[in-house]
Design a protein around this ligand. Sequence first.
Ligand SMILES: [Zn+2]
Ligand SMILES: [Zn+2]
Length: 269
Amino acid sequence: MELLLLGTGASDGIPAFFNDSRVSRHAREHGGKDVRTRSCALLNGDIQIDFPPDLFCQYRREGLDPQDWSALVFTHSHEDHFCVSELQYALFPFTDRESLPYVIYANAEIERKIEARYPEWPIEIVQTHSFESYQLGKVKLTPIAAHHKEDEDSQNLIFEQDGKTILYATDTGIWREPTWEFLQGWSFDLLILECTDGKVPQAYHGHLSIETAVSVVDRLRNMNALHSSSTIVTTHHSHLGEATHAELERLLEPHAIHPGFDGMRLTLG
Ligand SMILES: [Zn+2]
Ligand SMILES: [Zn+2]
């Protein structure tokens, strides 16, 4: 499997709109890995994970074509992950197509919002439920319950192919016990873990800071869900976390965790 991190920023990106925080100023001045568009990823070149408002520019930046998609998988309905207005451009009258050339995998809330927005559209949506599995061609998808947006089945996503396993865990606080129990017996070759709050823990339960992200990684290591050759990469960073990319590298290095960046490619197998 190959996972491309197209965006690694939190909801307002870095440099944040209308914000002059130190991390935003640093990103404006230095560019590079300090610029973070809204979080999403592309698996194997054809399975898109989330549809943020930055997707158009992310695809231009990487020279990609969304017409290659076989599937679009959503984690939850927050607007930095689910830009419903952009879906219209794949269909008539913007194209000659009368049906989507890819399958949408989404929870019930997202399905309801798509159907409310596009009641006439023949869109194929597979409704996903945490702890159930779905076959996307050669890739097996198993969503797990995130601890995030509590009025819907917010999901983190496990992908399996050819004996390799990825856990893509954007937008979650510390998982509730049913998720920890489900994770018993799994072994992840690659963990993508959110680190929204960086050095500055927030009162909201639905995101991780460096401290809580490290506690999640430690617990996964203790239960052998992560092994010595597992790769651990962060995503969904907020400028309010008060850490530049270089500072994140320094703070995470003792824990063998790597800060992700826009355009990062991770290959397994
Ligand atoms: Zn988010
Ligand atoms: Zn969210």
